[in-house]
Design a protein around this ligand. Structure first.
Ligand SMILES: NC(=O)c1ccc[n+]([C@@H]2O[C@H](COP(=O)([O-])OP(=O)(O)OC[C@H]3O[C@@H](n4cnc5c(N)ncnc54)[C@H](OP(=O)(O)O)[C@@H]3O)[C@@H](O)[C@H]2O)c1
Length: 346
């Protein structure tokens, strides 16, 4: 089998495609998958640069990244009776998904929805699980409420817009460039503001859309927008923080330590006394620590598959890159210009 590893943190060149021994026979509850596609996430970019604490803590080096995949069942363990060889499946992995063959517990494996291609299926779970946890579990967004989503044409942002629309929320999206606007509207935003880096006009546009304030704001930008996001909350309102991508230089490839330090210093620290008086809550979370929450995974994925079957949720647009060109896939994501998701084709 083949897998992509990084032996030490670095630029796109740190990603190496290597041949390694096939995984061992599956245990009773496991499934062996011949991977068709691996999804690429911004977290992989952060981990490649050695800055993803969860990866450093949970797997170390050599590091095989990858949280999601699709493919065909190659073998099943003795207790797995509802899947058969050649079934088309997709799912999640706690790292290790950048590999041509996977051995995973049955509960991480789901049947491919008929309306999704295998490429689309590999692009689906992480974005939607992140969106679900942020918008529904923490954000508790309800019908009729105003929701603001940053990077609304990206993987997670696009999924948040879709889930928010499906819940009957009023959705305001913010995107970094004009070419993303139509996609954000298609995903479910009722209005979209274009925010080139450093621009602040989006704040007035967001206020005009929901003068009463937002019940939920979902922000993975970091220092650049967090304070404004908090100020735009209604009372009560919930700010859900799930990333810090403006800490990185767009198209950077390498870690820009000066920018990182500056953005870290600029990151707002929220005051519990002010939060209590303002009636505003601030949440943060990391999906990679939630993979063992079996009930959450089953409930969320079950809901998505129903939503897909009913036509409420659609696959994000997908850009395919050969697995051997994984550096190019990271480069695309780091450009900050992608719409939807990037996947690796095995
Ligand atoms: N906490 C969690 O468990 C969890 C799970 C999954 C993802 N995430 C986070 O969610 C965010 C989105 O992840 P994703 O995989 O779906 O990526 P994505 O949104 O498809 O792509 C990243 C987007 O971020 C924006 N951006 C702003 N500054 C950027 C920079 N310096 N470099 C690159 N992009 C920049 C760009 O959109 P605009 O220009 O339109 O704003 C870009 O398209 C990331 O911050 C990621 O770390 C967190």
């Amino acid at each position: 089998m083949k897998r992509i590893v990084i032996k030490k943190p670095g630029s796109w060149k740190a990603l190496e495609l290597e041949t390694c021994a096939d995984p061992p026979e599956p245990k009773a509850s496991e499934v062996v998958i011949d991977t068709a596609y691996s999804g690429v996430n911004f977290a992989d970019v952060v981990a490649r640069q050695g800055l993803y604490e969860s990866a450093n803590k949970q797997i170390g080096y050599p590091m095989c990244l990858g949280f999601e995949w699709s493919g065909r069942v190659a073998a099943v363990g003795a207790d797995v009776r509802d899947l058969a060889v050649n079934d088309e499946v997709f799912g999640v992995s706690k790292f290790g998904g950048y590999a041509s063959r996977l051995v995973l517990d049955r509960r991480f494996v789901f049947k491919r929805p008929a309306s999704f291609s295998l490429a689309e299926a590999a692009a689906f779970p992480v974005a939607f699980l992140t969106a679900f946890y942020g918008l529904v579990e923490l954000g508790a967004a309800k019908k009729g409420q105003a929701v603001l989503v940053h990077s609304a044409a990206g993987g997670v942002g696009g999924a948040i817009a879709q889930l928010a629309r499906a819940r009957g929320c009023r959705v305001f999206g913010v995107v970094g460039s004009e070419h993303k606007k139509d996609a954000a509207l298609r995903f479910g935003c009722d209005a979209v503001s274009v925010k080139p880096e450093g621009s602040r006009t989006w704040i007035d546009e967001a206020r005009a859309f929901a003068p009463e304030g937002y019940a939920v704001v979902l922000d993975a930008n970091g220092a650049e927008t967090l304070r404004a996001s908090y100020n735009l909350l209604a009372t009560p309102g919930r700010l859900v923080i799930y990333g810090f991508h403006t800490m990185f230089r767009r198209g950077g490839g390498r870690t820009d330590w000066l920018r990182l330090a500056w953005q870290w210093l600029r990151t707002p620290r929220f005051d519990p006394l002010a939060m209590t008086n303002d009636n505003k809550a601030v949440f943060g979370f990391n999906l990679s620590y939630l993979f063992d929450e079996a009930e959450l995974l089953e409930r969320a994925m079950g809901g998505f598959l129903d939503g897909v079957a009913q036509g409420q949720l659609v696959a994000p647009p997908v850009v395919e890159v050969p697995a051997a060109s994984v550096g190019e896939a990271h480069q695309k994501l780091e450009s900050g210009r992608t719409v939807g998701k990037v996947v690796l084709r095995w």
